[in-house]
Design a protein around this ligand. Sequence first.
Ligand code: SF4
Length: 73
Amino acid sequence: MVLSYPRMALDSLCGRPLGRKRICRTFSDCTNGPRSGLRSGCFPLDPAERGSEDAEALQRTKAQARGGSGRKP
Ligand code: SF4
């Protein structure tokens, strides 16, 4: 949860509505990245990580594992 929504506790303590779209949905990219030699990050939900070099590298790795090239059509 710290990766996907680091301000969750602050939002809660301040009485702000929770950003439900930032709550971890266990896509596991944060653990699959390091298993592939990449750094960890919440690539699907963290706007700062989405589209990063490591996010794209992980997408290619996952596509190759599925038998594809990992390139966008
Ligand atoms: S990558 Fe997936 S499992 Fe990891 S913090 Fe983000 S949503 Fe949760």
